[in-house]
Design a protein around this ligand. Structure first.
Ligand SMILES: *[C@@H]1O[C@H](CO)[C@@H](O)[C@H](O)[C@H]1NC(C)=O
Ligand SMILES: *[C@@H]1O[C@H](CO)[C@@H](O)[C@H](O)[C@H]1NC(C)=O
Ligand SMILES: *[C@@H]1O[C@H](CO)[C@@H](O)[C@H](O)[C@H]1NC(C)=O
Ligand SMILES: *[C@@H]1O[C@H](CO)[C@@H](O)[C@H](O)[C@H]1NC(C)=O
Ligand SMILES: *[C@@H]1O[C@H](CO)[C@@H](O)[C@H](O)[C@H]1NC(C)=O
Ligand SMILES: *[C@@H]1O[C@H](CO)[C@@H](O)[C@H](O)[C@H]1NC(C)=O
Ligand SMILES: *[C@@H]1O[C@H](CO)[C@@H](O)[C@H](O)[C@H]1NC(C)=O
Length: 220
């Protein structure tokens, strides 16, 4: 009874420890077992993806790679790590290292998330809103989302568009902020980022250049 309880507890901990791994589409990743794996007589070590066995390795180190994964993986008999090559979006999901004997023992579990590189965002300034307090409205567009922010020379605050996703979200995040004299729109996910920046001095003349700003207005 206590043994069963202990086993249940262990598998519970093991599954909650499944760590997320983010990979850029097209890249390779090596999944390590992170411990010394012991494969006893007639036991089989395997790496699985969902219900598929990617590779099986017996106690005598006889190795079989599933035909589906031929040329796409490299298994190391030395340390039981699995190299997954040229990852595509549909390779996302749970990968588990298991020793199969009288029982199935999970050695380690990973949740692999393959992401595309984000597209560069486009930051546009609604110049109608520029006035001498240097409060500008900017809109930044990513692939699917856009945010509208109100910025001055020090800070931006979001006034519209989709709400900022959580940092942990797998959906690309758009953030607009001021740094180094520029308004920066940063489009990012866990594996890539791209930005579009606008120089504040060009957008919005500072106090020191207000006369030239008035000149421009006078000319119009
Ligand atoms: C496991 O072996 C592979 C191939 O020999 C090697 O590239 C990798 O770094 C090793 N991993 C660890 C954690 O030692
Ligand atoms: C992923 O999609 C490719 C085709 O785009 C297919 O050949 C491959 O079998 C798929 N992989 C999985 C694990 O479903
Ligand atoms: C500039 O814009 C801000 C915000 O819209 C407004 O509060 C302020 O009165 C405007 N200043 C002038 C001079 O129009
Ligand atoms: C854009 O959003 C739609 C619906 O929210 C989603 O189905 C689609 O995959 C998204 N496209 C990209 C490139 O993120
Ligand atoms: C700019 O003006 C808008 C509209 O009046 C205001 O809501 C916002 O707080 C101002 N933003 C900054 C950064 O001053
Ligand atoms: C954009 O965001 C990513 C992820 O948060 C960060 O690593 C990167 O430094 C940012 N780039 C800029 C220009 O702020
Ligand atoms: C970020 O923006 C700057 C200025 O526009 C540009 O030079 C740089 O290449 C951008 N970086 C990325 C990763 O998009």
């Amino acid at each position: 009874m206590s043994l069963l309880l202990g086993f249940g507890l262990l598998t519970c901990i093991a599954s909650s420890e499944s760590s997320s791994v983010f990979v850029l589409k097209g890249q390779d990743i090596r999944l390590d077992v992170q411990e010394n794996v012991e494969v006893k007589e007639l036991e089989v070590f395997k790496w699985t993806f969902r219900s598929a066995n990617i590779v099986r390795c017996t106690d005598t180190l006889s190795v079989r790679v599933s035909p589906e994964y031929n040329n796409r993986v490299e298994f190391s008999e030395g340390n039981f790590s699995l190299l997954l090559k040229n990852l595509q979006q549909n390779d996302s999901g749970p990968y588990t290292a298991v020793v199969s004997g009288d029982k199935e023992k999970t050695i380690i579990a990973y949740l692999l998330i393959v992401q595309e590189r984000v597209e560069p965002p486009v930051l546009t300034v609604n110049s109608d809103s520029i006035n001498d307090t240097c409060n500008v409205t900017v809109t930044c567009r990513g692939q699917n989302t856009s945010v509208t922010s109100s910025c001055n020379s020090r800070t931006c605050s979001q006034v519209g568009g989709e709400s900022r996703g959580a940092e942990t979200s797998t959906v690309p995040l758009l953030s607009v902020y001021v740094a180094g004299g520029s308004i920066i729109c940063n489009h990012s996910n866990q594996v890539s980022w791209a930005n579009h920046t606008k120089d504040i001095v060009e957008l919005c003349p500072m106090k020191s250049v207000v006369p030239s700003c008035l000149d421009v207005q006078a000319q119009q």
